[in-house]
Design a protein around this ligand. Structure first.
Ligand code: NAP
Length: 615
């Protein structure tokens, strides 16, 4: 499709904002003022680095397991131990089996496969990336997602289906937490111990950055003093609320409810709470940008007509279109892509096919303001109370925070029983035995729901909950004290045969399932080669690791100006640009395919370049 044809398509989708973006300075000043309002509240320290014990133990307890682990302690010698049974663990297990490796275990704290989708069963939960590019192995399984954006329960069920189909339950060790791990130089094995008394010796171990694993509570005094009921969204208590993932929270009819947090989770849970609670107070710090959801049942005929290899092509196309605006050929036409196309059109209008850098930057900025103007107009059109509407409008560049997509979030605020409290300038002061205090106002409630996300901005080992003893007396807690250090995001010196996966110095993509797919394949290529060629140990050379760290630092610098102007959030490490502990801010800048191509070329070269190999 040509760019001008794209423009026509774009115009059909969107609408015209009332205000034309002419005065850039007005927008810059307004956005800067909103960011500054948020700055005094910022930093990872505003979150509790929770040790889930004492009064807080309940916040981490597993509501989904049928009781504690019953499996006897395992002692085993393995080719590989995979820590984490979410998409990554499933993908790694499936890829290992494809190359004939079966002597491995997949370990998880949860009682089943699913990772994020095991834990997050709050009402309204859905994936906000198109299910056709999000669910892994669709071509292999022939599974047809029921909707464009399926419910979390469908994703969880699909994870279980993958476990069954690929025989992974026989490799699983659930309800098990790693307690420590050490490298034995003489046998070239990791010894991993767990809280279940297991002793697992493994030639290779894969771990994950655990971006969204440990619930995060806000650093508000008094969380543990509340005498009503409270829980984190990833540990939803249906016994208290009634209902299930589809809603029907009937037991809330006579309950006064508060929810803290309006990120992607809050946006999905709030409409459900609003529908059933006697009253709902939403405590919002930074609003989320809300674009239309546009969900629909899957056109089964269309799905069945997709050509062989469609999955990978569609994912690549999404990645390219969402992150690299230099293409007009997009198979996925969702909210992410519509925004990308909107910007692409603006650039084209400003400078044709070959704009100057100034034209490009100007058009990108202008079109971003314009896009937000449209969405702010949409807030006004939907939310009838102007005071509430004002609080729900976003004033930051679109990709400063993860955009939201919802058709029922904004209308929820039209209920008289739903209030919204802006805690940007006046943060929540404290939580008392009976409610939440902001400034001189106390909100008495029966239930507090924490939609406050997952622990970020902590060291890798803090989040993992265990330390790793490598070669030369090196501890991972020491090596990663100020941020991860790897080669290509996978391997780290002094920690041989240990793979780091996820956002560890890799790349930032909107569809994490695509990253997982590439990383699982890449890791299994390395493991397969080592097993086939009798390689005992691999770790990066100091030079290769240092070079990758330099690349990552250079890429962080490229984002510095952007990150400085952004409102604090996950993507800019809450505004602390030089604190590199958060793995989310440490990846290659730019479209994911740059990283994926780099990995592919490295594999095709088949020389383990940059890796010290011990045979
Ligand atoms: P999140 O994005 O970290 O949002 C946490 C929310 O809590 C934010 O609104 C934050 O405000 C607020 N908050 C934290 N401390 C606060 C305090 N002291 N006072 C007031 N507000 C406070 O967490 P999440 O929404 O659970 O999402 C976690 C991750 O999962 C995100 O990456 C998200 O995109 C992803 N997710 C994806 C989907 C999907 O459909 N694919 C669904 C849900 C979640 P600030 O914004 O001001 O920090």
């Amino acid at each position: 499709m040509t760019i001008s044809e794209e423009k026509t398509t774009r115009d059909a989708h969107l609408w015209t904002p009332q205000r034309k973006v002419e005065d850039l300075e007005w927008f810059r000043a307004k956005y800067a003022a909103e960011r500054d309002r948020r700055l005094p509240n910022t930093g990872a320290d505003t979150f509790k680095a929770v040790d889930f014990d004492g009064a807080l133990a309940g916040f981490d307890a597993d509501p989904w397991a049928d009781g504690p682990r019953t499996a006897p302690a395992v002692t085993a010698d393995l080719d590989m131990l995979i820590i984490g049974a979410g998409f990554m663990g499933l993908s790694a297990g499936i890829e290992l089996k494809k190359i004939g490796v079966t002597n491995f275990k997949i370990l998880d704290v949860a009682a089943d496969f699913g990772g994020t989708w095991y834990w997050n069963r709050y009402p309204g939960v859905r994936c906000d990336v198109e299910s056709y590019i999000y669910l892994p192995f669709l071509e292999e399984t022939g599974y047809i997602p029921t909707e464009r954006y399926v419910r979390g329960s469908e994703i969880f069920a699909y994870c279980r289906q993958l476990g069954e189909r690929f025989g992974l339950y026989e490799n699983a060790l659930f309800q098990t937490r790693v307690t420590d791990m050490e490298w034995d130089e003489t046998t070239a094995r990791w010894t991993v111990r767990t809280d279940g008394g297991d002793v697992l010796r493994a030639r290779f171990v894969s771990t994950q950055s655990g971006q969204f694993t440990r619930p995060q509570l806000p650093g508000i005094p008094g969380v543990e003093t509340f005498r009503g009921h409270s829980f984190h969204t990833s540990r939803w208590d249906y016994a208290y609320t009634g209902g299930d993932i589809t809603g029907n929270l009937e037991k809330l009819r006579d309950k006064r409810v508060a929810i803290i947090g309006t990120g992607a989770t809050g946006v999905q849970a709030i409409p459900q709470l609003a529908e059933y609670a006697e009253s709902l107070v939403v405590f919002q710090r930074t609003p989320t940008q809300i674009a239309p959801r546009e969900n629909a049942p899957t056109d089964v005929e269309w799905f069945r007509s997709l050509p062989e290899g469609w999955g990978r092509t569609r994912r690549a196309s999404f990645d390219k279109c969402a992150m690299d605006r230099a293409t007009a050929d997009c198979e996925v036409d969702d909210g992410w892509i519509k925004f990308a196309k909107y910007q692409l059109n603006a650039v084209y209008e400003a400078g044709g096919a070959e704009p100057t850098l100034d034209q490009y930057m100007d058009a990108m900025e202008r079109s971003d303001y314009q896009w937000n103007e449209m969405l702010r107009d949409r807030v006004d059109a939907v939310v009838t109370d102007p005071a509430k509407a004002e609080k729900l409008k976003t004033y930051y560049r679109t990709m400063c925070k993860r955009p939201g997509f919802s058709d029922d979030f904004l209308p929820a605020f039209n209920k008289e029983s739903v209030d919204i409290v802006d805690t940007t300038a006046t943060p929540i002061d404290r939580i008392t035995g009976t409610g939440i205090v902001v400034g001189d106002r106390a909100y008495e409630v029966d239930l507090i729901v924490y939609a406050t996300g997952f622990q970020q901005g902590r060291t890798w080992t803090d989040k993992a909950g265990y330390d790793v003893a490598g070669c030369n007396g090196n501890l991972l807690s020491k090596k990663f004290a100020h941020g991860v250090s790897t080669y290509h995001g996978f391997l780290s010196g002094d920690f041989p045969n240990l793979f780091f996966l996820g956002f560890t110095q890799s790349t930032q993509v909107s569809n994490i399932a695509n990253l997982i797919d590439h990383q699982a394949k890449h890791m299994v290529y390395m493991v397969g080669k080592c097993l086939a060629e009798g390689i005992r140990a691999i770790e990066p050379t100091p030079e290769a690791e240092a070079a990758w760290n330099r690349t990552i630092s250079e890429h962080a610098e490229m984002r510095r100006d952007w990150n400085t102007t952004c409102t604090p959030g996950q993507y800019n490490n809450e505004g602390r640009l030089d604190d590199r502990r958060s793995t989310l801010v440490a990846g290659l800048h730019g479209p994911g395919y740059v990283y994926f191509d780099l990995l592919r070329t490295w594999r095709e070269d088949d020389r383990f370049e940059g890796i010290a190999v011990t045979r």
